[in-house]
Design a binder for this molecule. Structure first.
Ligand code: F6P
Length: 547
């Protein structure tokens, strides 16, 4: 197959030329002098209550047009339709990619290998509804007849980060059930959770797509031992359920067949919170709210499929990320929610984005000669402002940021929300426009500083500005808008994968470390075999001789 040179395409070349000749040194201060940028560069959708303002990006009408040309040439919409219709777009694993079918509220058939998958999806959703209702109403009781008060989700990666993020985000709506998450193989994780719990009132959800993941199986075995020690082996059936594609392995583990909530290989781990993996969410906030989450995501699925490129929020998010990643050489992207409820959102997105687009091999199996997925990181505002924002404003790194904020707080507490949001608005303004030398000197003079002090301080107080941001302004944090927000990012990631011509749905890069850990584990129990490099060998020896 002949090598496809993405960087040689006219669309890329046009963007490169435009960047070099017009945009490399332009400033947002100048860009904002012309016209109403908000009108030109924002999308508001009142039905779902989301405004996406991307006017504080280093783009003009021409940039936008060239980015749209690029996106169209990449055929994002055509690929999206392939994904939604069950084509096996995850070609290295020969799998369809159908997290969208899990939230297909239209219930229109979706086929994989000629079989409509909607009946099986609906059957599992009904089973989730029943279990969560039974648990929340006290119909499902523990082995000794007590009501279940605590649910522990044991899983890692996609079997942890998604449901944990959603439970944290929608915590306000929780009522009768407490939820806990155990993911790390570090015994400290499960120890600290179990020490607070009573086995008689605890239900363990073992969440693992493969049911072979070392961390999850180790934690599940420890949980089972803890339960059996106190209640005996017969109690397992009342206190363990499993979420998995691997029914055989679940049964071998000893979990009752009726307590298995299945999902399928067409659901990627990091896209699985909409599947049975969402059971902890249903238990925590009720199935109705979980259904609202699905509704919100479905709404964005329709937006992504049916909206022209120029008004398509995930596509715009994707091309802006591409613009900075591949022309401005930015290597990271900060996600900054102004909501404490979203405090694990960046951690969730790290897997979602970096496991998807941290790739180097393109559609034709060639190594790419351009940058792909960025490093995703972030923390909620305003906390981040008192930690890393200094670098965002005055550091040497160029870091595009996404600001996520809500118009109405989930719970009004005094004037906290106005104060929070004043910071949300102020930060994107400061990042874009900064403070010029003239402005700094004027302010220092006004404040009565001596000319000598002004000389010393001026450079330190200048803010260059020209730091791009997106502002996502959402009506309020509900299950529906959260579902929409997650789906926006999922489709942004998908669209970028298409732009970079990589497979966003495999994750071979996580394998090698797992294989090597399996080789090393016996050496930590029985002594090393002198087969490693000198660094690893000596570290293992120090560990073994001092433990
Ligand atoms: O190690 C990466 C990974 O395979 C993720 O893709 C996945 O979400 C996680 O491990 C957990 O896998 P499982 O659900 O099969 O236990």
């Amino acid at each position: 197959m002949c090598k496809f040179e993405l960087k040689s395409t006219s669309c890329w070349q046009n963007l490169q030329k435009h960047y070099n000749e017009e945009m490399k040194t332009i400033h947002l201060r100048d860009l904002f002098k012309n016209g109403n940028r908000f009108n030109e560069f924002s999308v508001s959708d009142n039905s779902i209550g989301i405004t996406f303002d991307y006017s504080k990006n280093i783009i003009n009408s021409k940039t936008f047009k060239l980015l749209m040309d690029f996106a169209k040439e990449a055929k994002i919409s055509e690929y999206a339709r392939k994904m939604f219709s069950g084509e096996k777009i995850n070609w290295t694993e020969k799998r369809a990619v159908l997290h969208t079918a899990l939230r297909n509220r239209s219930n229109r058939p979706v086929y994989v290998d000629g079989k409509d998958v909607m009946p099986q999806i609906n059957a599992v959703l009904s089973k989730m509804e029943k279990l969560s209702n039974d648990l929340r109403t006290g119909k499902w009781i523990g082995f000794t007849g007590k009501r279940i008060t605590d649910v522990v989700n044991i899983g890692i990666g996609g079997s942890d980060l998604g449901p944990k993020m959603v439970c944290e985000a929608l915590k306000y709506y929780a009522d009768v059930i407490n939820v806990h998450f155990v993911s790390n193989i570090d015994g400290a994780d499960i120890y600290e959770v179990l020490k607070k719990l009573n086995p008689q009132t605890t239900l363990f959800i073992i969440a693992s797509k493969t049911f072979t993941t070392l961390e999850t199986i180790t934690n599940a075995l420890t949980a089972r031992e803890w339960l059996i020690d106190q209640l005996g082996g017969k109690a397992v059936v009342n206190h363990f359920v499993a979420l998995s594609t691997n029914v055989k392995k679940v049964k071998e583990f000893g979990i009752d067949e009726n307590n298995i909530f299945e999902f399928w290989n067409f659901v990627g781990g990091r896209y699985s919170l909409w599947s049975a993996i969402g059971l902890s969410i249903c238990c925590y906030i009720g199935f109705e709210k979980f259904a609202e989450l699905l509704e919100g995501a479905y709404y964005i699925d329709q937006h992504f499929l049916n909206t022209p490129y120029e008004k398509n929020i995930p596509i715009i998010m994707a091309v802006l990320g591409f613009w900075y990643n591949n022309f401005f050489n930015s290597s990271t992207c900060a996600v900054l929610p102004y909501s404490q409820y979203l405090h694990t959102f960046a951690a969730y997105l790290q897997q979602s984005d970096m496991e998807s687009n941290g790739k180097t091999i393109d559609f034709e199996n060639n190594r790419v000669n351009y940058q792909t997925g960025p490093i995703i990181w972030g923390q909620p505002g305003t906390n981040g402002q008192h930690s890393f924002y200094q670098l965002l404003h005055q550091g040497t790194k160029f870091i595009p940021c996404d600001f996520i904020g809500y118009i109405n707080p989930v719970k009004k507490v005094g004037d906290h929300h106005e104060k929070l949001m004043a910071n949300y608005f102020a930060q994107t303004q400061a990042l874009a426009f900064g403070l010029t030398r003239e402005q700094v000197i004027a302010k220092l003079n006004q404040a009565g500083f001596s000319q000598e002090d002004i000389k010393v301080l001026t450079n330190h107080k200048i803010f260059d500005g020209n730091r791009p941001t997106n502002s996502m302004l959402i009506s309020s944090l509900t299950a529906k808008t959260l579902g929409a927000l997650i789906a926006l990012y999922e489709h942004k990631i998908f669209a970028q994968g298409i732009i970079w011509r990589i497979n966003s749905f495999d994750q071979w890069g996580v394998e090698l470390g797992k294989v090597l850990a399996n080789v090393i584990l016996p050496e930590l129990k029985n002594g090393s075999k002198n087969t490693h490099d000198s660094s690893t060998e000596n570290l293992i020896k120090i560990f073994n001789s001092n433990k």
